[in-house]
Design a protein around this ligand. Structure first.
Ligand SMILES: NC(=O)c1ccc[n+]([C@@H]2O[C@H](COP(=O)([O-])OP(=O)(O)OC[C@H]3O[C@@H](n4cnc5c(N)ncnc54)[C@H](O)[C@@H]3O)[C@@H](O)[C@H]2O)c1
Length: 325
């Protein structure tokens, strides 16, 4: 029988997931929750799926096997609560919220009401081949340092530019790099951050997020990392990556490649192929069908730890103090 999947959100990433779901065998898009029923209806035409005003309304209209949540950080809370209450599995896009408190509350509610519920979080880099290779090659105890970057331009979405809506670049975007650092090198125990607004209001209207920042992270292993980000660049001039400096050599990861330099003359680059979003959906739907969650590489509880780190960085930047986790 086809799995009946609901989608919450009608924006860019809801579209990306909807296209993958529509091309997946034995999956039916059952309904779309938009910020209005009309927005859901319009988005759903392509998939022959009706729009709804809320998750409750969609769930009451017919059985749901799972829901994809693709809304901006400030819109989380009620959506997850409703799904947990009803025992409906969900895949939620990162980040889990604009702060760390709400995800922690939701995690508590999840553990109380539906501890075995299948959840997945959209840290899609974890599903890349080059990340699998990186994780296999690295031994957390042998890593000296890591340096990460998310250097880009100012996104168009109005919500992204507001601190209270998105949480800022480190929480909204650079979270991917923090998550990869945790995935490959282990947990973070302390963070210290410096953020600034270098060009406030120069070109971007109604913006109050910091546009530059750098975060130093102490890992439980004893390793130290630095992750920097900016959104001052012109479109198309970006750079994203994470490098590890270990006793065995240097690994440079970017979304499109992995280079390892193990000794003089031992330099190898592999290009990334394949679609991590499809693999993410495959693993999630397999878990929904069978209960086997082993293919899910980031669940709600794990993603809460990434959220804790990115929110601690904001607290550090605002207070000027280092924050222990
Ligand atoms: N994993 C990735 O690579 C990746 C890439 C892009 C975006 N994302 C994440 O996906 C999320 C959405 O981003 P986007 O680019 O689609 O944004 P977007 O601005 O294109 O779309 C957001 C949508 O959410 C809707 N919305 C807002 N509040 C809602 C609510 N309470 N109920 C229902 N709908 C609501 C808006 O109307 C809009 O349609 C963000 O958290 C973003 O970080 C992840």
């Amino acid at each position: 029988m086809a799995l009946r999947i609901g989608i919450v959100g009608t924006g860019w990433f809801a579209g990306k997931h909807a296209e993958i779901l529509a091309g997946t065998e034995d999956v039916e898009i059952a309904g779309i929750v938009g910020s209005s029923k009309n927005k859901g209806d319009v988005f759903g035409i392509r998939y022959d799926a009706p729009g709804y005003e809320s998750v409750a309304e969609m769930a009451e209209a017919g059985p749901l096997d799972a829901v994809y949540i693709c809304v901006p950080p400030m819109a989380h809370g009620e959506i997850e609560r409703e799904l947990i209450e009803r025992g409906i599995p969900f895949l939620v896009e990162k980040p889990l919220g604009a702060d760390a408190e709400l995800p922690q509350d939701l995690l508590g509610f999840l553990r109380l009401k539906a501890p075995d519920l299948v959840t997945s979080v959209g840290y899609h880099f974890r599903y890349q081949d080059n990340v699998r290779k990186l994780k296999e090659a690295l031994h957390p105890g042998r890593i000296g340092m890591a340096t990460g970057l998310w250097m880009g331009d100012m996104p168009q979405a109005g919500w992204w530019r507001r601190q209270e809506s998105s949480g800022g670049q480190f929480i909204e975007q650079t979270t991917h790099i923090v998550d990869l650092l945790r995935y490959c090198a282990g947990e973070v125990e302390e963070v210290q951050a410096v953020y600034a607004s270098r060009f406030p209001d120069e070109e971007w209207e109604n913006t109050n997020v910091h546009d530059i920042g750098t975060v130093t992270l102490k890992l439980k292993s004893g390793a130290v990392a630095n992750i920097s980000n900016t959104c001052v660049l012109p479109p198309g001039a970006g750079k994203v990556g994470l490098s590890f400096y270990a006793r065995e050599g240097l690994w440079e990861w970017t979304p499109g490649h992995l280079t390892s330099i193990l000794a003089e003359g031992e330099r190898r680059t592999v290009e990334e192929t394949g679609n991590p979003y499809e693999r993410e959906t495959e693993a999630f739907l397999h878990a929904v069908r069978t209960g086997d969650k082993s293919g899910i590489r980031s669940d709600y509880a794990d993603a809460c730890k990434t959220q804790e780190v990115t929110f601690a960085a904001l607290q550090s930047a605002l207070t000027g103090r280092s924050i222990k986790l």
